[in-house]
Design a protein around this ligand. Structure first.
Ligand code: SF4
Ligand code: SF4
Length: 409
């Protein structure tokens, strides 16, 4: 598809990149078959091919409408379309560029702007998010049942393993996960200790930048990225083998730091270094001898595969393999490639579509009546827990000795 850039986009590197991505699309429409919003709504403009047309129109005319933005807002950025596309269209990158261009051309309502601003001011900031969460937890008993399910119970903390090993990795604490599900990284530290790996925690590292980036605040996101690079590099210099993310949503963005900051004269090289060293927790375990973690699991666990793990990192097979090698019995599920509707802040900004996708996902995970659902990303974990009839845990908690496991969400 040939795109003639409008004069106001001429010379802009991101517009040229978008044009190159659009140029790969051959309009086959295969991607529509795996797009959750197209499957729900059946409207071409709510599928990847239609959204690519809308972005192309913007690039050619320099004009955008609120209607175009509505269809782009409904996109989950789940990237299922990328996995399906035979032509290698990098839709996730394209929609980020398209959204930022739209944002400055079509003003949003005041209510929408306040909500988006509030999300950016709270979620990426561990202390602010934690304080708000504690208020919610204190009020939980008097909240309506529907709201209660949205506030996770506090998780008790367990001390870090006292031993130190020669092998060390940095474990990212991030923002929302550190406040809402700290048991995940506590469990990761104990499991890695049993494999002879010591976990380093870097207090100055924080949000990966995903919340801002996907809300089209790219400069703000880059500030989070630079701060993380400054915080993580000393640990790398001190001998950390990897930067490990236990939240696939954060890991996928860290892997993109090098690409996103490639034109930054001061950070291009360190960003590429951080990206190259970043692994998801399941990738790290996959390369290890997992015999010390083997355990008998008599009841089936349904495995939820976040889009960031499946379509972003493409590591879902690795996670399955790790869990099976550790003796877990995985329940039958279907439509693993479809998003649960969490998608960062999507569940707040698009609650109706998010709720539909959540109901579909819970039905798809419940085929075998599992006793527990395991996932690999904090956002999905909290979202699934709002309606699930069984506990939702991060998968690493299932490899932690049962007598030490904290209570369920
Ligand atoms: S990212 Fe997901 S929701 Fe968006 S167009 Fe692709 S498949 Fe559809
Ligand atoms: S599958 Fe790829 S090439 Fe085909 S319409 Fe979708 S994005 Fe374009």
């Amino acid at each position: 598809m040939k795109t003639h850039l409008h004069a106001e986009f001429a010379g802009l590197p991101e517009a040229a990149e978008a044009r190159a991505i659009v140029g790969k699309c051959v309009h086959c429409g295969f991607c529509n078959a795996t797009c959750p919003t197209y499957l729900e709504l059946g409207d071409e403009r709510d599928g990847p091919r239609g959204r690519i047309y809308l972005i192309r129109q913007l690039l050619e005319t320099g004009q955008a409408s609120a209607n175009s933005r509505r269809h782009l807002d409904r996109c989950l950025t789940c990237r299922a379309c990328e996995t399906t596309c035979p032509s290698g269209v990098e839709y996730g990158r394209l929609v980020d560029i398209g959204r930022e261009a739209l944002e400055t051309r079509t003003p949003r309502s005041i209510a929408d702007r306040i909500l988006r601003r509030a999300l950016r001011l709270i979620v990426p900031h561990r202390r602010r998010f934690g304080a708000l969460l504690r208020v919610g937890q204190a009020l939980r008993p008097v909240l309506p049942r529907k709201l209660q399910r949205k506030v996770p119970l506090p998780q008790p903390r367990l001390p870090a393993p006292p031993t130190t090993h020669l092998r060390r990795v940095v474990l990212l604490d991030g923002c929302a996960q550190a406040a809402a599900t700290p048991a995940t990284n506590d469990a990761a530290a104990r499991v890695l200790d049993r494999l002879g790996i010591t976990v380093m925690r870097v207090a100055q590292a924080g949000c990966c930048g995903a919340v801002s980036y996907h809300l089209s605040a790219h400069d703000e996101a880059r500030r989070f990225m630079r701060r993380n690079i400054d915080a993580l590099l000393p640990a790398v210099e001190a001998g950390a083998e990897h930067i490990v993310s236990s939240a696939s949503g954060c890991g996928v963005l860290l892997r993109d730091y090098g690409e996103i900051l490639r034109d930054d004269p001061d950070y291009a090289e360190p960003a590429a270094r951080i990206s190259a060293l970043t692994v998801d927790l399941c990738e790290l375990l996959h390369g290890e001898d997992l015999a010390p973690l083997r355990r008998a699991q008599d009841s089936p666990v349904a495995l939820h595969l976040p889009c960031t793990l499946t379509h972003g990192l493409r590591r879902s097979d690795m996670l399955r393999d790790v869990l099976e090698r550790c003796g877990l019995q995985l329940a039958a599920t279907r439509d693993d490639h479809l998003c649960c509707g969490s998608a960062g802040t999507y569940s707040v900004l698009q609650p109706a579509m998010s709720g539909r996708l959540l109901d579909n996902k819970l039905a798809a995970l419940s085929l075998d009546q599992p006793t527990c659902i395991a996932t690999a990303n904090v956002g999905c974990q909290l979202h699934l827990a709002t309606r699930a009839g069984v506990p939702i845990r991060h998968w690493i908690e299932l490899l932690d000795p049962p007598e030490k496991s904290p209570p369920n969400l």
